[in-house]
Design a protein around this ligand. Sequence first.
Ligand code: SAH
Ligand code: AVI
Length: 331
Amino acid sequence: MHDELAVRAPDPVQRLRGASQAASTMAAEVRSGLERRPLRDLPCKYCYDARGSALFEEITRLPEYYQTRTESAILERHAAEIVRAVEARELAELGSGAGRKIRFFLDAMRAGGTLESVALLEINEDDLRASVGRLQADYPEARVRGIVGDFVSDLPALGPGGGRLLLFLAGTLGNLHPDALPGFFRRAATVLAPGDGFLVGVDLVKDPARLHAAYNDAAGVTARFNLNILQVLNDQLGADFDPADFEHRAFYDPQHQWIEMRLRALRPVKACVPGAGVFVSLAEGEEIRTELSCKYTCATLSARLSGSGLALERWTTDGEGLFASALLRRA
Ligand code: SAH
Ligand code: AVI
């Protein structure tokens, strides 16, 4: 075909900001996190570069990491009822990652003849493009689009709701600070029309030993996932961290009912992060928090919903009470 006659299909993936804006947002967030006292922290969304996303996928297959297989079993059993209850025509997913679990819903909607469109909102553009491509190939009857963005600030990019089932799986909600949940739920309600559904995966409070094992796996994959964030700072902000100067630490805090993931300096560390305009000097034993993974009960999650415009309609758990699927409805 002559070049001038070639018609290019519109890009199904929308970037909300250019590379330089994304880089300056990252620089500002990393800087303020590394300057925070008494505990420095790094936003866990920066764990997910290509290597971090691949390591997360490896985590999902670990024997200790019960979350993925437990949630998948719940969704496999209940996806069709949920799709019918919400009368969904559009599926939208926040932090879609490898985009596998959404297929339970797509298959149910296809079987019911209601599938019209799919929207994925994900920070990792490569993962997002791969997922969009696979879903386009496997569900050609649906309009599939991807949005490269942050589910904390970019929900409006999904556009107005109506026949929408919004998915937020894996317990990723737990990676937000609990105090951020009411605001997050209020913003989610603005992209849902009355009657639309919001299905949230919730990792439940449980035996601390079980939680400890899930974040301190014997094969050391979670440790590599955690340490990778330093490599992300090296690659994207020109930092000079040596990951060998740090060790992975993850522990359950029963008072806050969350897992904290941290990096602990094994020796005094001096590092420069030129892209963020910050110089870091850490004493031996000093820690940087890299992730919170909050665990909930039905009661503690419900308390965060109050005043958000969303109501808990259904709470489905596995037989062992490890994980829950919460169906919220826009009132
Ligand atoms: N939904 C998938 C993946 C969960 S892992 C599953 O159920 O297995 C969390 C995903 O959220 C990753 O793909 C990560 O890149 C994405 N993510 C993390 N923080 C994000 C943010 N602030 N905005 C958008 N995506 C984010
Ligand atoms: C994506 N998120 C729900 C995972 C979690 O369990 O909080 C990320 C993770 N961190 C360590 N292991 C897995």
